[in-house]
Design a protein around this ligand. Sequence first.
Ligand code: AMP
Length: 286
Amino acid sequence: MRLISDPAEMRKIAAQLLADGALGFVPTMGALHRGHMSLVTASRARDRHTVASIFVNPKQFGPTEDFGRYPRQFDADSALLADVGVEALFTPAIEAMYPAGFSTKVSVEGLNSKLCGASRPGHFDGVTTVVAKLFNIVQPTRAYFGQKDAAQVAVLRRLARDLNFDIELVICPIVRDPDGLALSSRNAYLTREQRHAALSLSRALNQARADIEAGERDAERLRRKVIDTLSANIDLRPDYVEVVDADNLLARKTVEPNTLIALAAFVDGTRLIDNLLVDAAFRVLM
Ligand code: AMP
């Protein structure tokens, strides 16, 4: 696996790989777990070549958020990626991505203030700015993202459409631990007790899934019940629970195909997210 930190070199290598066949791209912030690796596996299965990136993007963290202590484990990550056949790993320095005088912001207006964008002002602008840069550098055939970050998926689909990126976005299912907890690099912050408290997120969504499968279609009743389940846990502080259209992230009154129930909650200082999606056949994916 080639380790590349220079954007110009990454561009050159990616173009060489693409000339030989479809190129898949998996952007990450590292601290890799089975969720990230599922994206790599999907690309390896579908594309001739796979490139990954690790960049802890300062622009998507708020001033009081965890940028400084975000888990960084480069050696373990790069060994994992090399093992599964990733051909190039792009790990730019902050100064390479945002050199002195950097002054451009890519902003998907409207969507950027929904869900996590409401509680994390500027977060999605940071995401879309870095993803636009990564797309321009790598110019892959396909880029792989996780359904775990459902609002990010909506924002990135709009970005790709609005800016005519000729890149297919492939969205992969949420990978969970056997007890239901969605994998996240931030789970590393949790003590045993906090991790136990965090199980309420998937439990609340599982309840909503059962209700939807039993025919419940009233969005506000479902939302209230999820909030009540989260609030019943004194070790959790709900941030938001929303029932929305998965594409435009606007609130829905009834559950229809493409309805997303998304939530965020704090366990002590750690902010966790989770969601479920109702597909075209009213199946609940989570
Ligand atoms: P991150 O390193 O947190 O920026 O995540 C990089 C990519 O991995 C994003 O597209 C995430 O949505 C995806 N991802 C993170 N956790 C999971 C998970 N549990 N299941 C599936 N994809 C995930």
